[in-house]
Design a protein. Structure first.
Length: 378
């Protein structure tokens, strides 16, 4: 009876390195060869940790350039390592060594494949990561900003890109429809907007403005800025009504919520991001915040928080984004996985967060447009 036990123990001892090799968690560093010139290298550090859902995530630091990029979906399959960094359009692809302490690989991106071999660090061997730049000065949390001055003009027909930016005191929004401005300003789903003229989706505008309060606005203050802009430059007037709508209610599943209580400042804004297609990270978020995030483009109906959960949480989801919105609405949380094993957003909410999105019809608040005009020439 002892011989099989001895063989198992010996096998475990022999495989100890291989078992350890499956663990990427820790700090890794190496020199990336950026050209054929000897010594033309950049020091790169990866910090790999676990996600709330048990996967792997990372932070990349370029020591010599002062850069930092998030890697929200690190994978290890066998000895194949893959570290995508969607914010900079790069991916590190490597092979984990048998001892679990080295990775040979390449950095792929716009410049092609660049050799980057990594070693696991110790406190004694780790390179010092430069301190990040100080965060931008924020507006006072109780401020309700408006624009001192603003200009609004139609977007050029040749303009393809768009976005919102705040640099110093200068606010800019490029290639934005009034439709999107209203949804952003009031945090509503498109089905909650009634009586709007058709041009609010067709016409696109560029906005330049200077807020009357110094500092970067938080999410609430950004909404306030858009509300003031819509009232001042587009003469927006509306009233609220109740209308029966098809919605999703966000509730706790039978097995209970799988969420981590946030240790962030309860008075601070939540942080909720998309990383590539079908990957989200939510930090310091209430369930009402998450419901608004879901209805902001992931599902085809308004989402009402009925979880009864108070407080703020940190969590994340991975789902297949190509699933049609509202698929399998008779029982959306039971939608089947695709060939890669990823659920749709309904399945991800249930399986990964312990919550459910349940279809319902209920009386819901809507915004009814009373007046909306195109802005006059600046």
């Amino acid at each position: 009876m002892q011989k099989p036990i001895m063989r198992i123990a010996a096998l475990i001892a022999l495989q100890g390195g291989a078992l350890f090799a499956q663990n990427l968690v820790g700090n890794w560093q190496g020199l990336m060869l950026v050209s054929q010139t000897p010594g033309d290298t950049l020091r790169v550090v990866f910090k790999i940790s676990t996600t709330v859902s048990g996967g792997l995530k990372g932070d990349m630091y370029s020591i010599d350039q002062g850069g930092h990029a998030l890697a929200p979906d690190v994978t290890l399959k066998g000895n194949a390592v893959r570290i995508p960094m969607p914010s900079i359009g790069a991916t590190y692809i490597g092979t984990l060594g048998g001892d679990g302490n080295s990775i040979t690989g390449k950095w792929t991106g716009p410049n092609g494949g660049l050799t980057l071999n990594l070693v696991r660090t110790t406190p004694e061997t780790a390179w010092k990561i430069p301190e990040p730049p100080p965060p931008p000065k924020m507006m006072p949390p109780d401020a309700n900003p408006a624009f001192e001055v603003s200009t609004v003009k139609l977007t050029s027909p040749d303009q393809r890109n768009g976005g919102i930016r705040m640099q110093g005191r200068q606010f800019s929004a490029v290639n934005l429809s009034v439709y999107n401005m209203i949804l952003l300003a009031y945090g509503i789903h498109p089905r909650q907007l009634v009586g709007a003229p058709d041009w609010i989706e067709k016409d696109r505008f560029d906005v330049l403005g200077k807020p009357d309060v110094e500092g970067q606005p938080n999410d609430r203050q950004m909404r306030v800025l858009f509300r003031n802009l819509l009232e001042d430059r587009f003469a927006l007037k509306f009233h609220h009504e109740k209308k029966e709508l098809a919605v999703y209610t966000l509730v706790v599943g039978k097995t209970g919520a799988k969420l981590t209580k946030s240790d962030g400042d309860p008075k601070a804004d939540p942080q909720m991001f998309f990383y590539g297609a079908g990957k989200t990270v939510e930090k310091n978020a209430t369930m009402a915040d998450f419901a608004a995030f879901l209805q902001g483009g992931m599902v085809d109906r308004p989402v009402l928080d009925q979880t009864g959960l108070s407080g703020r949480y940190d969590f994340g989801m991975v789902f297949r984004p190509e699933a049609p919105l509202g698929a399998n609405t008779n029982n959306p949380a039971q939608a089947p996985d695709d060939r890669d094993g990823l659920p749709d957003v309904f399945g991800a909410v249930q399986q990964q967060l312990g919550l459910r999105l349940e279809p319902a019809k209920t009386s819901t608040d809507v915004i009814v447009i009373d007046n909306l005009q195109k802005p006059s020439e600046n």
